[in-house]
Design a protein around this ligand. Structure first.
Ligand code: FAD
Length: 488
């Protein structure tokens, strides 16, 4: 039966939900506080340069193709398959390229870091096994429904529990496998893909490296923002209506049933509400306090980021689309960011350059640099004070490692920090991925995709199950639309 569904927020999960629910024949209205769609997945021209402002790593393109298919629209999402995953640079001058070709990658790790090729194959096999055993269980269905645990897949996962090394951390497993700290640093890095600490995150988080190293590394042809525009255009063709520049100020409930939203432009009645806004924002600002789930909302938040967008008047042949200049000491860096809750003075510095694959993103002879370090989420609610101090550290690091003098090539600059991320998307403290995965129960302590207390109230997006990042956000929308289909 057709329902009127209001979606709060047009992040990638909100857009995915709009496509799915629109394709299912519902009347869908998306209410978005900003004057643009996409939330964190947005882009901007700065001078002569185009920048994706948020995500830069693109995995699991089949999730987008699935939405194109569901929408039955004549549209194509175009992307490239990369022949390099990332160029790595270490403080001692070691450089290494991670190739998606396993043989080539294992040879590179053997030659540059002194590991055996077998250890690399074992690591990749371990991440593949973890994905096969648990991917569907933890990522593609609700963890809050008993029947989802009573099936063959779950039984198989339980029987193979030893292989998953559930009592070990990511770092335990990686440092037992590899003798060189640099290799450990490389594989530990994948914890940051969901904003976590490899010295605390369970070993199963190694599952993330499976996506790039075993499935493949990709790049949308027109940049990451193409994902937003593709989903937005599909939803428009399905009749989804957008109310932009409109902030939801309250979710209206009656007898513990969601019946509409109060917005900055008036009230909208609804049969069902799907929120793509950060779960903490929803419970602190939009719902009555009696619904506040204290335990779920007191979990540790994921990392945030400090990003400099630089138009660079020079080409750097040694760099590719994804580049990582590692910190001098991985453990000290994570202790500092998660323990002392401040940025590390010699930070792992990620440089993303989309003009390497989409040359029109920068003028000829120039490059668009997205320079990012991980920083703690912001608990002060105040603007960030360390931006200029960290800029000095980052510039010094780039100069040291790439043997350059980068300042002279910076033509334009803008900054994004945890405070601004929160201002623009309502994410708690500017965290990028909702809760961190810094303990083995984290997966069970994310908010469910529906409310157990409010009828007709659903949640998608990076701050709820199954977690942050584009693929998981899109999967949260899938779970929500399946729940709605089951009940209506
Ligand atoms: C710098 C950065 C780098 C990242 N890198 C990667 C990466 O490489 N790969 C990856 O997969 N992921 C990455 N992520 C994470 C990824 O961007 C997010 O997990 C994902 O985009 C979150 O989508 P979402 O649907 O949860 O909503 P969001 O993008 O958070 O959007 C929520 C939307 O809801 C709107 N909203 C909130 N409250 C209200 C309200 N009251 N009324 C109306 N509208 C409201 C907001 O305006 C916003 O548009 C990165 C994020 C950032 C910021």
């Amino acid at each position: 039966m057709q329902k009127h569904i209001v979606i709060i927020g047009s992040g990638v999960a909100g857009l995915s939900a709009a496509v799915r629910l629109g394709a299912a024949g519902h009347k869908v209205t998306v209410v978005e506080a900003n004057d643009y769609v996409g939330g964190k997945l947005t882009a901007k021209m700065i001078g002569r340069y185009r920048f994706d402002l948020g995500p830069s790593v693109f995995t699991m393109p089949h999730l987008i193709e699935e939405l194109t298919k569901i929408s039955k629209q004549d549209a194509k999402f175009e992307y490239l398959t990369l022949d390099k995953i990332c160029n790595y640079f270490y403080e001692d001058g070691t450089t290494l390229t991670a190739y998606p070709d396993k043989e080539k990658f294992a040879t590179e790790v053997q030659n540059k870091l002194g590991e055996t090729k077998e250890s690399v194959y074992e690591q990749l096999k371990y991440s593949a096994t973890a994905y096969e055993l648990t991917g569907e269980l933890f990522m593609e269905q609700s963890l809050h429904k008993l029947s989802n645990f009573l099936n063959l897949k779950t039984a198989k996962a339980i029987l193979n529990i030893g292989k998953l090394k559930l009592n070990k951390t990511m770092n335990d497993v990686n440092s037992a496998r590899f003798k060189n700290k640099k290799t450990v640093q490389l594989f530990n890095r994948f914890a940051t893909y969901n904003g976590s600490n490899p010295y605390k995150a369970p070993a199963i988080i190694n599952i993330i490296s499976h996506l790039e190293h075993n499935i493949g590394a990709f790049a949308p042809k027109g940049g990451m923002h193409d994902i937003t525009m593709h989903l937005y255009n599909l939803s428009l063709k399905l009749g989804v209506e957008y109310k932009m520049n409109t902030r939801v100020t309250q979710i209206i409930t009656k007898n513990d049933t969601a019946i509409g939203v109060e917005t900055s432009n008036g009230e909208i009645k609804a049969d069902i509400i799907v929120s793509d806004a950060d779960i903490k924002h929803v419970y602190t600002k939009l719902l009555d306090k009696k619904y506040y789930p204290t335990k779920i909302l007191s979990q540790e938040k994921s990392l945030s980021a400090l990003i400099f967008y630089w138009g660079i008047k020079k080409e750097f042949k040694e760099l590719s689309l994804h580049n990582m200049l590692f910190s001098d000491d991985g453990q000290k860096e994570f202790n500092c960011v998660f323990g002392d809750k401040k940025p590390y003075h010699n930070p792992s510095t990620y440089i993303n350059i989309t003009s390497k694959v989409t040359p029109t993103d920068a003028p000829e002879g120039c490059e668009n640099w997205f320079v990012m370090i991980n920083v703690p989420h912001n608990t002060s609610g105040q603007p960030i004070e360390y931006v200029q101090e960290m800029r000095k550290h980052i510039v010094a690091k780039i100069n040291r490692v790439l043997k350059t003098d980068i300042e002279q090539y910076i033509e334009v600059e803008e900054v994004l920090d945890p405070y601004l991320i929160e201002q623009r998307t309502s994410s708690a403290g500017g965290s990028l991925y909702g809760n961190s995965s810094n303990n083995k129960y984290a997966a069970f302590l994310r908010h469910a995709n529906n409310s157990s207390k409010i009828k007709n109230m659903y949640f998608c997006g990076g701050s709820v199950h199954p977690g942050g990042g584009i693929p998981l956000g899109m999967l949260s929308a899938k779970i929500v639309s399946e729940m709605i289909a089951e009940k209506n």
